[in-house]
Structure formats: structure tokens, C-alpha cells
Write a new protein. Sequence first.
Length: 129
Amino acid sequence: MLQAQQSGETGWQNEIGKQNRFTLIDSLLSSKFSALRTIYYNYHRKGFDIFAENEREAKQNIADSLINLEKLFNITVGNYMIRIFLDAKSEEIVNIFSAGKSSGKEQRLQETLVRIAPTQQDRWREIKL
């Protein structure tokens, strides 16, 4: 990252309030976002990696991971990392929770997602309750 900063290219400079490559990588590596990395890990490893074997448990684990985003969101409102994750995963999340077995956590999940990503609330309303 240091070499990229020294290149002078746009997007690699540490500019307060900017949402750029520097901020993204700095946030990914920052210890203050270790909880977010745990959420990402649980979402993928304890969710998708067991989905074929046990759909209900996988959905519960995925829902728990997403619900845990709220704790981080309450600490860092408007968090760039949460927004990037939900922008990338919103369609996937809706597809998971719109078909198949219920996890029993859809209501809480939908409420949480609407709270932390209100710009996508129409999409979150597609989750089957």
C-alpha cells in the first residue's frame, strides 16, 4: 500500500472522508475491523460451506453473521465496509432467504438489514418471512 501511495495515483492517497482504495484496504487491515472480518468469515465458512449438507443450519449461521453487522454499524454508522459488503451481497442474501427452508431468523434479519442498509429496503422486503 505504501508503494501505491508513493505513486501519486488517485485513489491511493489517505484523504479523510474519502471512500477510495486506500480507505478500503486500510479498513480491511485495521484491527478495529477485526469483528467485521469475523463476520465475513462466518458468513462464508459457517454458511455457504455447509449449505449443501444442512441448509437450515447454514441459513441460521448466515443470518447470525448479518445480524451481527448491526453491532458494528451502531459503532461506526455509515461504515464504508458494511456498505460495500451489502452492495455486493444483497442479491445473494435475498436469494438465500426467499426460497427453501426457513432459518427462523428472517424477521430479525429483515429488520436489521432495513436498519443498516435502508437504501435497499425494497430488496430486503423480498425476504420470505
